[in-house]
Design a protein around this ligand. Structure first.
Ligand code: GAL
Length: 412
């Protein structure tokens, strides 16, 4: 990058011109003083006549011309300063606000850590606020971040419907907003979405199970009803399951939301589904690994774990262990390092006022939002090694600590 013009270069002509102009003005003032001193007590008209002897008109003309030149020089000298200011802004340290709904679920720790690492590499500082699953607190924390002079706000919204107030607060301060992983609805002012296609994730969860259990009773355990991702995942699942239901091959015997993606709620949903179906369940379409874990616990208590297919999402350590043990069928691995890196790069660009076209948009129901969508991968027992372990997303040693020894060979 070309270095910005130094302030010395830009003010040099001005410095050279100033003494010359100043000398002329001083000369003008001296003449005025001499006229007054030589003939005190004259009227203004008389003084003007006398000064005309000293070619006051010429001097006035000189003064006006020099003032214009001086203004010109100031503008000329100022222009590089302004340019320098904006090119300075382009290189100035960037301050990013990162508002995260909660750190409860394992993946978000990786998301934030990787984001911070990449942002630091790009010379940015990141102020992180975590709201512990409280939408009002997240709003307050976002306002605090906005007050602290951030140039861009990254939001993982707790409630994707009401978080539009965060976007509005940012907009009022002219701070661009990047929605990370969860797209905020009810606003047209989101600048960028970086995440995954939740509809396709849901479709692949259902398709993986339906391939292995083409007939039977299905239980659907969904995520948070306040999270657009959970709704899209459900829609994706239904896009696969509906034709099978219509054909009479499968029957959806339960379909429930789990507030805050709670594994405990998932456990309760599963317990009651088992009770009302007399253990006759072929598959559980669980929205993520946390809800899958809750469902598997209930299945274990009824000696059904490993006999009933279960989906998941996030490739959490516990999910991968269950896949290798055999109690969970699949998960969706989102390459989070990649997503977090792309988000950090985009956040820095937004902070610097750079406009970019992602050539892709997603609808949030109100507007088409520029989007960077990344691919996710279906993980089963057959490709754990080639995916999450190969990428270093999960470590074989950590998995082994949780896995019975007779299953270790799956990792060799
Ligand atoms: C969703 C996200 C999932 C999962 C869930 C619970 O928005 O897409 O990957 O982590 O939140 O935090």
């Amino acid at each position: 990058m070309a270095p910005a013009a130094s302030s010395d270069d830009s003010v040099q002509p001005l410095c050279q011109a100033l003494p010359w102009c100043a000398a002329k003005y001083i000369r003008f003032l001296i003449i005025v003083c001499q006229v007054i001193q030589n003939a005190p007590g004259l009227s203004i008209v008389q003084y003007r006549e006398r000064l005309q002897l000293f070619r006051l008109g010429d001097l006035m003309h000189f003064a006006i011309r020099r003032i214009s030149i001086l203004v010109g020089l100031l503008l000329f000298a100022g222009a590089p300063l302004f340019a320098q200011q904006s090119s300075h802004a382009a290189n100035a340290p960037v301050k990013i606000g990162y508002s995260l709904e909660s750190l409860k679920i394992e993946r978000w720790q990786t998301d934030v850590a990787e984001f911070q690492k990449r942002a630091r590499e790009l010379g940015a500082t990141v102020l992180v606020e975590t709201a512990g699953g409280d939408a009002d607190l997240q709003y307050q924390q976002s306002q605090k971040l906005l007050r602290s002079g951030i140039q861009v706000l990254v939001v993982v919204a707790h409630n994707t419907d009401t978080a539009s107030r965060i976007v509005e607060a940012a907009k009022a301060k002219k701070v661009p907003v990047l929605c990370y992983d969860r797209l905020i609805r009810n606003t047209k002012d989101v600048d960028l979405f970086v995440g995954f296609d939740s509809f396709s994730i849901g479709a692949r969860q259902a398709a993986t199970l339906a391939q292995r259990a083409p007939k039977g009773n299905y239980v659907l355990i969904e995520g948070s009803p306040n999270d657009l991702n959970a709704k899209l995942t459900h829609e994706g699942q239904m896009s696969v399951l509906k034709p099978l239901v219509e054909r009479g091959d499968i029957k959806i015997v339960a379909d429930s939301w789990s507030a805050d993606w709670s594994p405990t709620e998932a456990y309760m949903h599963m317990t009651s589904a088992i009770a009302s179906n007399g253990n006759d369940i072929a598959a559980v379409v669980a929205a993520n690994d946390g809800t899958a874990g809750g469902a598997i616990q209930a299945l274990q208590e009824h000696n059904l774990a490993g006999k009933v297919l279960v989906s998941g999402q996030d490739a959490d350590l516990a999910g991968i262990v269950k896949i290798l043990e055999g109690s969970q069928t699949m998960t969706i691995y989102k390459p989070i390092s990649l997503a977090a890196d792309r988000a950090a790069e985009a956040a820095v660009a937004l902070a610097r006022g750079e406009k970019f076209d992602t050539h892709r948009t997603v609808s949030n129901g109100t507007a088409e939002i520029q989007a960077i969508l990344l691919d996710s991968i279906v993980v089963t027992r057959d490709n754990v090694k080639q995916t999450v372990i190969k990428d270093g997303f999960q470590k074989a040693e950590m998995i082994k600590q949780e896995l019975p020894k007779d299953k270790w060979s799956l990792l060799d």
